[in-house]
Design a binder for this molecule. Structure first.
Ligand SMILES: *Cc1c(COP(=O)(O)O)cnc(C)c1O
Length: 419
């Protein structure tokens, strides 16, 4: 069966044919490709056509598909069994490795996804402070937990409503929405909700609704506001962690959060997330503390073994190479786009994250994205797909560079674009 037939069949058994909405190619002319195999920077669909992959499973595969060392670690771990629901050495090794390399965390708790990590961080922040409200920014994504499926309300600054059916008004009322880049608004929301705000949650490099690069001064300002109000600053580094350097945006900017969440890269392509921070906060978690958090498959040896090798391979040299590769990839794309009817686009890049968008304006907030962006993205996506170049199938998603996008792949990208 080809991809189209498989998708048709999928629609019968699975809501919308997919197990995560962004995979559905909604709004595009073509049906999703069923991917059969990945190797290095390439994926192959059921028809046998291959693509240079710039989605990379939405970020986790920083070393490319089937990295041989990660594969070997997975196979080795598998040989001893894949889950025990008991203590085992790989999760200790990964915890020790990460804590020793990231100076501002002393303890880490592993989960199975980024969503779970953020869920734990929200509860932890509330448990530590004894307060119920949290601040979230318009345009940041933090997974699909109720507390975060909230958008700005139509009323006053800080008011909010659910962005999904099934999230109660009561939950929405505990999440206060602010605009990125606006410190004054954050200050006002703190004044309006004195001693009620447990934490500010932010993607320090917002990369789920375009790539909205923030001023370091803004992040520093949030740090100060949190200090003044005895609230926690939580960096959701599920996308930026281990990608913008090993220490993520916290390391990059020197703005130190109280808690940090990880996901995506941390498991080397296996389902892993984590919440981390100083001991004084992390020890609020059960079994030591009063904040409950758990997981049947959390810290399973296969995922932990993959994560460990994956992290050890992220050397300073690897980051320098990743940056160079990504710079080259973006230059090759931009050059072709400028000369082939996509000259209204810029490609915003930060390290190995890049975002083609049909405006030349500087983007800090989601409200600055151009109105025609979906139509323009659709056109670009389909041209690229036909040429054997796979972008994430949605105009709000960033592209992901990887260490597999080497000079050879860059030459192939250029060849595919120009033929
Ligand atoms: C992907 C992502 C999440 C959710 O992680 P899942 O593993 O998909 O649950 C949360 N926060 C950020 C910043 C993300 O990029």
């Amino acid at each position: 069966m080809n991809s189209e037939e498989l998708f048709k069949k999928s629609l019968q058994y699975v809501p919308g044919g997919v197990h995560s909405p962004v995979r559905s190619f909604k709004g595009l002319h073509t049906t999703p490709r069923f991917i059969n195999r990945g190797k290095g920077a390439y994926i192959w669909d059921e028809e046998g056509k291959n693509y240079i992959d710039f989605c990379m499973s939405f970020g986790p595969l920083i070393h490319g598909h089937q990295d041989p060392e990660i594969k070997e670690a997975i196979i080795k771990a598998l040989d001893n069994g894949w889950t025990f629901g008991a203590c085992e050495k790989y999760s200790l090794e990964l915890a020790e490795y990460i804590v020793n390399r990231i100076c501002f965390i002393e303890q880490i708790r592993f989960t199975n996804s980024g969503t779970e990590a953020v869920m734990a961080a929200v509860r932890l922040a509330r448990g530590i402070t004894g307060r119920s409200k949290i601040i979230k920014f318009n345009g940041c994504y933090h997974g699909h937990l109720d507390a975060m499926l909230i958008k700005a309300g139509s009323g006053l600054a800080g008011t909010a409503e659910a962005s999904s059916k099934g999230v109660t008004e009561r939950q929405a009322s505990d999440t206060l929405i602010c605009e990125l880049g606006d410190l004054e608004e954050v200050k006002k929301v703190f004044e309006d909700h004195k001693d009620q705000i447990a934490a500010i949650f932010i993607e320090p490099l917002p990369a789920n609704n375009g790539l909205l690069i923030q001023d370091v001064e803004f992040l520093k300002g949030l740090r100060e506001i949190c200090n003044k109000n005895c609230a926690l600053l939580v960096f959701d580094e599920v996308i930026s962690g281990f990608r913008i350097g090993f220490c993520g945006m916290a390391g990059e900017t020197g703005v130190i959060p109280d808690l940090v969440t990880y996901g995506k890269i941390i498991g080397g392509g296996m389902p892993v997330g984590a919440v981390a921070g100083p001991k004084k906060f992390m020890e609020f978690l059960a079994p030591l503390g009063p904040v409950y958090q758990a997981g049947t498959l959390s810290g399973n040896p296969v995922a932990m073994a993959a994560g460990l090798v994956n992290c050890k391979k992220l050397t300073p040299e690897a980051y320098a190479r990743l940056d160079k590769y990504s710079e080259n990839v973006v230059a090759i794309m931009q050059d072709w786009m400028d000369k082939n009817g996509f000259d209204d686009f810029q490609i915003v890049r930060y390290g190995s994250l890049f975002y083609p968008i049909s405006t030349k304006d500087k983007l800090v907030r989601i409200t600055q994205l151009p109105l025609n962006m979906n139509e323009r993205f659709k056109a670009l996506f389909e041209v690229f797909l036909n040429k054997g170049i796979y972008l994430a199938p949605n105009g709000y998603e960033v592209g992901f560079g990887s260490l597999a996008h080497n000079e050879e792949v860059q030459a192939e990208l250029k060849r595919r674009l120009w033929t």
